[in-house]
Structures are given as C-alpha cells and as structure tokens.
Ligand binder design. Structure first.
Ligand code: T3D
Length: 259
C-alpha cells in the first residue's frame, strides 16, 4: 500500500497519510506523493476542496526519526525542510481551495504543524497535539513558530514548544488552535460533510478569502482595506456572485461553479 492514499469524490480530494504502524510518520516517499497530489489539486478544476487525514490510530507523528543518517557530520535538517516540508506548507496555504484536516489521533512534531497549516481543522476528541520537537532538541518547524503564537497566544505557544506536552483536542479547540473537536466516531463523517459543503461553494471566492485572512496578521488596517477592495472588485465580476445574489432573490440554493 502506498504511504499516502489519494482519492477524489464529489470535488473533494482526500489525502490519507498511510503508515499506520508508525503513526504515519513522514518518510521521503510521502513527500513525493503529496507533491504530486497537490499539483493535481492546483490544476484540476474538478478538485474544489482537500481533506487531509491519517490512517489508523494516529494522524501523524512528524518526521520518521529513523530516516535521518545520524552518523552524517554534514546532516542538514534545514536543507531537508527546504526540500520537502516548507514547500508543502506553502502550497497548502496558497492553494486557492479550502483544505480541511481531520486529525484522527495524535499529531506530533511536523504532524501537528502540518495539521495546523490547514484552513479548517477538526479533531477527534481522543486526539492530541504535541510540539514534540524539544524532546529531541529541535525547534518547532513547519510553521509552528508562526501560527502557534498567532492562534493561541505567546504563553501557550511557549508552553507547548518548551514543554512538548500533549494538548488534548478539547484544549486545542478552547485555545483557538482548531475549528472543532468532535466525537471520535463522528470525525470522518463530519469532516467529509464539511469538505463536500465547501466543494459545492464559491471556490474562486474561497481562494480570495484565504488570501485576505492569511495576509491579515502582517498588514496594517489600511493595507487590509486596500486588499479587501481589490479582492471584492475581482469576486464581484465573477459568475458565482451573480449566481449567489440570483439564488437569494429567487429563494433557492445557489449552484456555484467555482470557475
Ligand atoms: O528531520 C527533519 O526533517 C527535521 C524535521 C523534523 C520535524 C519533526 O517532526 S521532529 C519531531 C519528530 N516526532 C517526534 O519526535 C514524535 C515521536 N513520537 C512520539 O513521541 C510518540 O510516538 C507519540 C507521542 C507521537 C505517540 O506515542 P504512542 O505511545 O502512542 O506510540 P508509540 O508506541 O511511541 O509509536 C508507535 C510506533 O510508531 C512505534 O513503532 P514500533 O516500536 O511499534 O515499531 C514508534 O517507534 C513509531 N513512531 C512514532 N513516532 C515516530 C515513530 N517512528 C519514527 N519516527 C517517529 N517520529
């Protein structure tokens, strides 16, 4: 079985990390498969939402620690990040389509931060997030130092990074790290329903919403108002806006094309 399963149904491309015996820890081959899937998601207009999840009892335990050659005096973890994780994170955030993550179990190290890179994160009640890095004397990566303070505040970010403790899904929801914590047996159903709803939405506009919200933390109010003006000008010329207004006035469900 490949270590990442890819399937597309009703406009939702589902990526399932699939090394359950190792809690879906990342190995090189997975990055290759994720790269291919993202290339397809970017170019295929039939893919209108992405759903990322894990097989088995874990979501992802981060980098497979057995994959690195510890005897290599020139071991370059920065190079490894730049070759695999960083482009993945950048592409997830820049994908002009919504990305839902269903965290089905423990999400540790890079696994936690890949989950937090997604646009909407649902987690099973039994799941937990662990900034495991400091346990092996590494710093949080995959954007962790960027969004932990922004999402949860500096104290909680610092606590998570220094102590590398389990943050249960319910706390993650309370702290604003994730969208929603749901009962374990409901997770996949809810995540699928959410992804399908998004896949039937105004995809082009969703891309613009991502752009605006992800730009916001680094913008002044003036810059953000300018950006909103420019984006609204663009989406206002799109057929989905006309369809949305027509559907409202005709009291029916809109049929957005996203194109
Ligand atoms: O190298 C670079 O590119 C730099 C970038 C690094 C990014 C990172 O992600 S660094 C952080 C790496 N991750 C970790 O340090 C987490 C390590 N794992 C754990 O701490 C624990 O496994 C968990 C807390 C996540 C879960 O604990 P538990 O008790 O539920 O499961 P377990 O028994 O520890 O793990 C089950 C199996 O998965 C086990 O294998 P075995 O003994 O049954 O054959 C375990 O060794 C394996 N496993 C879990 N995590 C990893 C792993 N194998 C390799 N690498 C892992 N990260």
């Amino acid at each position: 079985m490949p270590p990442v399963l890819v399937s597309t149904v009703d406009g939702v491309m589902t990526l399932t990390l699939n090394r359950p015996q190792k809690l879906n820890a990342f190995v090189r081959e997975m990055h290759g498969l994720l790269r291919e899937a993202l290339t397809q998601a970017e170019s295929d207009a039939g893919v209108r939402a992405l759903l990322l999840t894990g097989a088995g009892r874990g979501f992802c335990a981060g980098q497979d620690l057995a994959e690195r050659d510890m005897s290599d005096p020139n071991l370059d973890l920065g190079g490894a990040l730049e070759a695999s994780y960083n482009p993945f994170i950048r592409r997830l955030r820049a994908l002009p389509k919504p990305v839902v993550c269903a965290v089905n179990g423990v999400a540790a190290g890079a696994g936690a931060n890949v989950a937090l890179a997604c646009d909407l994160v649902l987690a099973a009640r039994s799941a937990a997030f662990i900034q495991a890095f400091s346990k092996i004397a590494l710093v949080p990566d995959c954007g962790g130092t960027y969004w932990l303070p922004r999402l949860a505040g500096l104290q909680r970010a610092m606590g998570m990074a220094l102590l590398a403790e389990r943050v249960p899904a319910e706390d993650a929801e309370r702290w604003g790290l994730i969208w929603k914590c749901v009962d374990d047996d409901k997770l996949l159903g809810e995540a699928n329903a959410l992804a399908r709803t998004l896949a039937a939405g105004p995809t082009h506009t969703y891309g613009m919403i991502k752009k605006a919200l992800y730009a916001s933390p680094n913008n002044t109010l003036k810059q953000q108002l300018d950006l909103e003006r420019d984006l609204q000008r663009e989406v206002g010329r799109h057929g989905d806006y006309r369809e949305g207004v027509a559907a409202f006035l005709q009291k029916r469900k809109p049929a957005f094309t996203g194109r």
